[in-house]
Ligand binder design. Structure first.
Ligand code: AMP
Ligand code: TRP
Length: 324
């Protein structure tokens, strides 16, 4: 039997290269090898308090984007979190086993609460995420580095539940790749993120916008330095992600010898990114042109996920004494 993987992404705006390399491209690579459950974490997206129109737009965007990057409903089980009420039901059940101290440790909460203001949803967000994962008995969760802490908490919650009630859940592990932390192009000390202008390249950015963002990307001032600056290392990471290996080797050598032209590096990188994104943009146009059809594509996945979720929740309800 194939190993089961679960992961989700919030529909919270345009997806960028960080999301793509850290999480989504892995999903596509993993979808045939594993039994994958991938979903839009639309309930999670409420924590940033979008307007209804904004949320609807973000959901449509993300739903079309997941298909455009190459996720295939014939390979992976694709669905919307909100279509499966067992997610929120299990989250409630788990919440009584989670200490406030455990939630207080979450660094993402601290960062997001600074920006969006504190709200209880943002605070208990990792419990819903634990439910997302445990509901499907996932062995592993492909995500970017910033989600590791949430997965560790999921492991703790699984163990607490098992200790308190009996063995039901197996603690999941994260799956990371070497692109699990892409830094902002305008500031290599921060993670690439859509909320800061100049930081990210969106997967649907126009070609000239990509060229402009890369041209403005920070590099370093010391060309003779032995090790690349974090900014330059980040550009090399992107080159490695999208470019050809010989090119990367050649430019690495040039850098080591102190004769790398930064403008050449940037031109090459822009070209590689544009080439990689062009088929995605084309596919996106198609998938987003018919919204009703787009939703229909997710229905078989929803049906399958729901059946699995119902089975787990029935077991849980029995073992906790809610149903007999
Ligand atoms: P978010 O848009 O924050 O919900 O993130 C969706 C997925 O993309 C998660 O698995 C994140 O870990 C991943 N991700 C977000 N930003 C980055 C980044 N700068 N580098 C690598 N992965 C990222
Ligand atoms: N918290 C994740 C993020 O911000 C999204 C997410 C929600 C998720 N539920 C999940 C990821 C379950 C993996 C598994 O990116």
């Amino acid at each position: 039997m194939k190993k089961r993987l679960v992961s989700g992404i919030q529909p919270s705006g345009q997806l960028h290269l960080g999301n793509y390399l850290g999480a989504l491209r892995q999903w596509v690579e993993l979808q045939d090898k594993y039994d994958c459950y991938f979903f839009l974490a639309d309930y999670h997206a409420l924590t940033s308090q979008p307007s209804a129109n904004q949320l609807r737009e973000n959901i449509d965007h993300t739903a079309a984007m997941l298909l455009a990057i190459g996720l295939d409903p014939k390979s992976a089980t694709l669905f919307f979190q909100s279509a499966i009420p067992e997610h929120t039901e299990l989250a409630w059940i788990l919440s009584s086993l989670v200490g406030l101290g455990q939630l207080n440790r979450m660094t993402q909460y601290k960062q997001k609460a600074d920006r969006a203001g504190q709200n209880a949803g943002l605070y208990t967000y990792p419990i819903l995420m634990a439910a997302d994962i445990l509901l499907y008995g996932a062995e592993a969760v492909p995500v970017g580095e910033d989600q590791i802490q949430h997965i560790e908490l999921t492991r703790e919650i699984a163990r607490s539940f098992n200790q308190h009630y009996g063995e039901v859940f197996s603690p999941p592990k994260p799956i990371l790749n070497r692109f699990s932390r892409i830094m902002a192009l305008n500031d290599p000390t921060k993670k690439m993120s859509k909320s800061v202008p100049g930081s990210a390249i969106g997967l649907l950015d126009e070609d000239n916008q990509i060229i402009r963002t890369i041209r403005r990307a920070v590099t370093d001032s010391d060309r003779q330095a032995r090790t690349p600056s974090p900014a330059l290392a980040n550009l090399f990471t992107l080159l490695e992600a999208f470019g050809d290996l010989d090119q990367v080797r050649q430019m690495t050598k040039q850098r080591e010898e102190g004769r790398l032209s930064y403008s050449e590096l940037k031109e090459q990188l822009s070209e590689d990114i544009i080439n990689a994104l062009s088929p995605i943009k084309k596919a996106y146009k198609q998938f987003s042109s018919d919204k009703a059809e787009l939703r229909r594509i997710y229905l078989p996945g929803e049906k399958k996920a729901r059946a699995t979720a119902q089975e787990t929740l029935a077991r849980v309800k029995k073992i906790i004494g809610i149903s007999s």
